[in-house]
Design a binder for this molecule. Structure first.
Ligand SMILES: Nc1ncnc2c1ncn2[C@@H]1O[C@H](COP(=O)(O)OP(=O)(O)O)[C@@H](O)[C@H]1O
Ligand SMILES: [Mg+2]
Length: 374
């Protein structure tokens, strides 16, 4: 998959910017707060309909303006793709794919896939379970419209149920009403758990292989899915739905007191171990970084497996976070026919290590110019 170019209008600190990208490597350099991440964000935004930095589309509209417009020209084996997104300050959002208006953002699934790697991803191993769930959800949503749908519906049901739990606690509502939301949680939640387990089954050997290479065969990482519902404890012949429902019933009294739903996909996590060590809590910083890198790189392979094409790789400020060895490993991947975008404050540490053609852009106060073409 390729991003040929992007045109930004009132996007963050860009008033009007047209960029044509190189099919293999694009390096974006500039001082802090000039607009490097904004470019990667705009690519990510065009292909997913969401920012990786905020849930509020208004934040991307240039201050003082009433709308933004992003147009991305891309390509995959099946042909050229043009994606256009317009967002207005009144909340209206318009999506067009190949000039045809689309009602749902999920229509973008199957257009262009990206893997974004930002400094926050370095916290993926060490951070809270929500970071790892987000990783899984982003990865799976990109290739599965049904997963995306289930996730949105599940989250809606969850927030309704939590509101109701609180209302029951305050004596404002009858607790029997909770049954309806239990059914919804189960109907949307079980496929989410199953899909996440399946995907982890697929990325597990890939991440293990990558991790082994980075550590020269010294370490073996074991990735697993840890579900709060834990179907492993199910008796034979019991369906997942029945089991989940029963667990919700058992926990209801306690949940009413707390006013939150205590189990389901929103409470699940990934297990990350080296030998018997849980590296989330007990890994060295090196192990945690290598783990994060292995997981992220396994995402590239996963998308290749699912779609038959390499995704576009967006590396935001991660080079400076990596030591020589990990950086080298990452750049090897870049050379393997994955179109890559790298942002950095300095060009020295990247350019000399990336042999081969590419384009270097310089960003200054929301204006980007082509610095070098090689
Ligand atoms: N909605 C907006 N309108 C105008 N400028 C914005 C908006 N959002 C962010 N900015 C500006 O964008 C700059 C940050 O851009 P960013 O791409 O994150 O920088 P960096 O080059 O460090 O990656 C800051 O100067 C910030 O003030
Ligand atoms: Mg940045």
């Amino acid at each position: 998959m390729l991003v040929h170019g992007i045109s930004l209008f009132n996007y963050r600190n860009y008033r009007e910017q047209q960029l044509n990208f190189h099919p293999s490597l694009n390096i974006i350099i500039g001082d802090n707060a000039q607009g490097k991440t904004n470019i990667l964000e705009s690519i990510y935004y065009a292909v997913t309909g969401k920012s990786h930095r905020t849930n509020y589309d208004n934040e991307m509209i240039r201050w003082g303006e009433s709308f933004l417009r992003v147009v991305l020209a891309g390509e995959r084996y099946s042909g050229k793709i043009k994606i256009e997104i317009i967002v207005r300050t009144d909340g209206k959002k318009i999506l067009k794919i190949n000039n045809k208006p689309k009602k749902k953002l999920s229509e973008l699934i199957g257009a262009i896939n990206t893997v974004l790697f930002s400094p926050e991803d370095m916290m993926m191993v060490k951070g809270s379970p929500s970071v790892r769930r987000r990783f899984l959800d982003m990865e799976i949503s990109q290739t599965s419209p049904s997963y995306c749908h289930n996730l949105v519906s599940y989250n809606k049901a969850l927030s309704q149920r939590n509101n109701l739990l609180k209302a029951v606690r305050e004596g404002e509502e009858n607790d029997q009403l909770i049954d309806i939301w239990d059914t919804q949680l189960v109907n949307y939640g079980v496929p989410i758990i199953k899909k996440r387990s399946e995907v982890i089954g697929k990325i597990k050997p890939i991440a293990r292989e990558i991790h082994r290479k980075i550590t020269d065969g010294k370490e073996e990482i074991n990735v697993s899915y840890i579900s709060s519902v834990n179907f492993k404890n199910m008796d034979d012949g019991v369906k997942e739905e029945e089991f989940f429902l029963k667990k919700l019933k058992e926990n209801r009294k306690m949940e009413i007191i707390k006013g939150v739903t205590s189990l389901g996909p929103h409470r699940d996590d990934m297990g990350l171990k080296i030998g018997s060590t849980d590296i989330k809590s007990f890994g060295s910083q090196g192990q945690q970084r290598t783990g994060a890198l292995s997981l992220k790189l396994s995402e590239i392979e996963f998308i290749k497996m699912e779609t038959g094409e390499s995704p576009v790789l967006l590396l935001d400020d991660v080079m400076s976070e990596l030591d020589e060895k990990r950086r080298k490993f990452l750049l090897e991947v870049v050379r393997e026919k994955v179109q890559t975008f790298i942002t950095s404050t300095g060009v020295e540490d990247i350019v000399e290590k990336v042999n081969g053609p590419g384009r270097i852009f310089e960003v200054k106060e929301g204006k980007t110019s082509l610095l070098q073409e090689g």
